[in-house]
Design a binder for this molecule. Sequence first.
Ligand code: GLP
Length: 241
Amino acid sequence: MKIIIKDDYKQVSEAAAEVVAQKIKNNPHAVLGLATGSTPIGAYGELINMCERGEISFKGVSTINLDEYVGIDGEHNQSYRYFMNTNLFDHVDIDKNNTDLPNGVAKDLEEECKRYSAVIESKTRDIQVLGLGRNGHIGFNEPNTPFDSKTHIVNLTEDTIEANSRLFDDIADVPKRAITMGIAEIMQAKSILLIATGKGKAKAVLDTIEGKVTENVPSSVLQNHDDVTIILDREAASELH
Ligand code: GLP
């Protein structure tokens, strides 16, 4: 694991964007695995700036996102499709036909999981960007998700619902289920970039990097991948030895 510690969120965002931009520079047809949550917003902003300056182009790039809530469609302002459009896709020269997320309002959710697994299987991701849940979840793979899991439907934990409720008007509005890429599929990406900032992530960061590899801490599986970069701010790194 390559661990980079920066002073603050801005520097973390710049460094993370640089790692992703390098993949696009190396391969104009790069396949990016992308994440939602507040953590990567700054990095997406930096990528937008780079695209505006003509340093990178998303014309040939395809993306596969980690997850989506069940029960809200892409027009809903809390859906992850909406998040990706407003925080990245609408501001760069990407062809949206080349951007994929699970469909949280598919009639047959099991079929949708199969479709999504097939998409993941068909495209080798050059990089998978990850945020980190306070309980070590990656995507929406909550503690005790099997490491060999593929795309599946999850019941969100109370902790995750509570953490994500800050973005909703009312905690009752937070969907209780989501579709997430599985852990085995996350691990198939050629490289992985995990970003975490703030004191609230310090324990999960410690468990990810220094803890034992256990399904109890989904992110600990990253210790088994041979090309992982973790970018942290000082607060998120504060419990590391
Ligand atoms: C959600 C997402 C995760 C994300 C996590 C942390 O649960 N499904 O992909 O990593 O939140 O979010 P944040 O970056 O807002 O702390």
